[in-house]
Design a protein around this ligand. Structure first.
Ligand code: PLP
Length: 356
């Protein structure tokens, strides 16, 4: 029995699944995780939180995760309350719920590529047509062209990733505001990497008042160093959250996830304390790559896109042979490296020098 022989949905035929390689090598710099694991005191508090939940695992969790949403709202600031914040198992699930509520057959979603590969995968999984708009040579979005694409396609959902993955490019809130004004449907600003943005970069959260069709998504997978916890969240008008309640699975966030995320938020000083180190390492990496004569995209995230290589596959492979896993992603000729520890970045530089 092969996949093609199954009575699978026609719109899934020939598709490929999300597939960042999970290869066990000494230096893994390919999925933008935070390289710093939790401290012993955080591990102890996480274990205690799980222990105290364990005695009640016969019961369903708080279906609406109110306490966690209150904590997330307090972290985000901007006067937000739990009524304007929603959480799920990773921002990927948050995005899936958005598509389930606002996309669907006969509707489309527009994104500006190169960008996060999961946006089209989640969109098509929700039986929604994906429309690939494009970014400029500097990986920014030209608002006039974006608005023209919106007017042509009338998408139910527009995705704006800022800072963008895999390029690291942050969008000017002016550009976001113009797109929100032009879009007939929902606009999702994916801010998975917001905490890494350079000083003074405003969040799209500042645009929420008066824009009920704007959704800002965040995650604890990157700056918060909690990728294994699977906790993503969003801020939006309370009516948007009412819409998501129609499609979410009941009790989607386990009591263990809710408890772990709340402990992580309580330790945010420690967890986000790594962000400054990673930003400095990122800026040093950009400088080093440019000094090597490579092209490098400006980055407001915890990764750097660099190139261009006539045969990036070979460079990627050579790096892997030297024990350093990076990502073959982005436009042809480019590669992406996630920012690791100081030692990991030294290994990255040594391996890349060996291949050049
Ligand atoms: C990593 C990433 C996410 C995070 O997904 P989670 O499901 O929260 O782990 C979301 N958006 C973008 C653009 C990302 O790169």
């Amino acid at each position: 029995m092969r996949l093609e022989d199954l009575p699978i949905r026609d719109d899934l035929r020939g598709r490929t699944p999300y597939g960042a390689p999970q290869i066990d090598v000494p230096v893994r710099l390919n999925t933008n995780e935070n390289p710093y694991g939790p401290s012993e005191s955080l591990v102890a508090d996480l274990a205690e939180a799980v222990r105290s939940q364990a005695g009640e695992l016969n019961r369903y969790p708080d279906r609406d995760a109110v306490a966690l949403r209150e904590d997330l709202a307090a972290y985000l600031g901007h006067g937000l309350t739990h009524e304007r914040v929603w959480a799920a198992n990773g921002s990927n699930e948050v995005i899936q719920q958005i598509l389930q509520a606002f996309g669907g057959p006969g509707r489309s979603a527009l994104g500006f590529e190169p960008s996060y590969s999961m946006h089209p995968i989640i969109t098509t999984g929700a039986s929604t047509e994906w429309i690939a708009g494009s970014r400029e040579d500097d990986f920014g979005i030209d608002p006039d062209k974006a608005i023209a694409a919106i007017e042509e396609h009338r998408p139910a959902v527009v995705f704006l990733t800022s800072p963008n993955n895999p390029t690291g490019t942050a969008l000017d809130p002016e550009v976001i505001a113009r797109i929100v004004e032009a879009a007939p449907g929902m606009v999702v600003v994916d801010e998975a990497y917001f905490e890494f943005a350079r000083e003074g970069t405003p969040s799209a959260l500042t645009l929420l008042p008066g824009n009920p069709r704007l959704i800002v998504t965040r995650t604890m997978s990157k700056a918060f160093a909690m990728a294994g916890t699977r906790l993503g969240y969003l801020a939006a008008h309370p009516a948007v959250i009412e819409a998501l309640l129609l499609v979410r699975l009941p009790y989607h966030l386990s009591s263990l996830t809710q408890a772990a995320a709340r402990v992580a938020l309580a330790h945010r000083g420690e967890l986000l304390g790594t962000v400054d180190t990673l930003r400095a390492e990122r800026d040093a990496t950009v400088g080093w790559l440019r000094a090597k004569g490579l092209e490098v995209a400006d980055s407001d995230a915890n990764f750097v896109l660099f190139g261009r290589f006539t045969d990036r596959r070979t460079v990627w492979r050579d790096m892997l042979d030297r024990g350093v896993l990076i990502r073959e992603v982005g436009p042809p000729g480019w590669l992406r490296v996630s920012i690791g520890t100081t030692e990991e970045m030294a290994a990255f530089r040594a391996a890349l020098e060996g291949t050049l």
